[in-house]
Ligand binder design. Structure first.
Ligand SMILES: C[S@@+](CC[C@H](N)C(=O)[O-])C[C@H]1O[C@@H](n2cnc3c(N)ncnc32)[C@H](O)[C@@H]1O
Length: 242
């Protein structure tokens, strides 16, 4: 059934159907922790920006009830069709845009993953979204976030401006037009702007939302194409607890 996923265009990377970057077939360290935690989840877990379901499927296999949220109904349709049949009664689809269209009851979720999604939001939406996540989680519930940094090779050009924005006290120093920044073979499937993060900005948002930060870590996917790597700090994962 995974045959229904579009083919990897580079090892481990599948293009989204809506020009919103890629889904990684390799599970990040933070996604693996979300999946592991889903074994014990007493309430549903939420996968925001689930794409074709790489993480959702693994959490379903672990016995969790999973809500897969994505703006793309094409992604959700493929996610549903490729989900393990024995687990479909534990899968709910939410075709809405986080954070403004997405609503759950307070304390109704055990954990939330937001992987490679905050890049599509402006700063106020990031803050508003993380506060909503805090409300939706049960006490002790965990938030798992993965973001890109300007260390990705094609965004490295943005570092000087990023640092300048930080020194000027910009609240959200990492918002850039993708045109002129992303390489030609990627620009066609990216939105017009990208929101990049460093550790300070990400921690600040997570803490402002009310979470206690368990840990943050830099990483790069093992299978990530060499041409996009720089120093092993291309991505940041953060885990927060309510
Ligand atoms: C770059 S892909 C990441 C997919 C997967 N989470 C991963 O880490 O590989 C971003 C996904 O988030 C979805 N998305 C983007 N903005 C969203 C939003 N505001 N609300 C819900 N889904 C969103 C896109 O449709 C896409 O499936």
């Amino acid at each position: 059934m995974i045959d229904l996923w579009p083919k990897e265009y580079e090892k481990g990377l599948i293009k989204t159907a809506n020009a919103m970057g890629v889904m990684t077939t390799e599970l990040s360290p933070v996604a693996l922790r979300f999946i592991e935690g889903s074994k014990q989840a007493k309430k549903p877990v939420l996968d925001i920006g689930s794409a074709y379901g790489a993480v959702t499927h693994a959490a379903l296999e672990n016995g969790a009830t999973v809500i897969s949220c994505d703006v793309s109904s094409v992604h959700l349709d493929i996610l549903y069709k490729t989900s393990p049949k024995h687990a479909l009664h534990r899968l709910a689809l939410d075709n809405s845009s986080f954070p403004d269209q997405t609503n759950y009851e307070s304390s109704s979720l055990s954990s939330i993953l937001i992987s490679l999604v905050l890049h599509f939001l402006d700063g106020d939406s990031v803050d508003r979204g993380l506060k909503k996540c805090y409300d939706w989680l049960e006490p002790g519930g965990k938030l798992f976030v993965v973001v890109m940094t300007p260390n990705l090779s094609f965004y490295q050009k943005a570092w000087p401006e990023y640092r300048r924005n930080v020194s000027l006290g910009e609240k959200w120093p990492g918002i850039f037009n993708t045109e002129g920044l992303a390489p030609d073979d990627i620009i066609g499937y990216l939105p017009s702007f990208v929101h990049l993060f460093d550790e300070n900005i990400l921690v600040r948002s997570v803490v402002n939302a009310g979470f206690q930060v368990c840990d943050t870590s830099f990483f790069c996917y093992k299978n990530f194409p060499d041409k996009h790597r720089t120093n092993g700090q291309e991505f940041i994962g953060i885990v927060g607890v309510k």
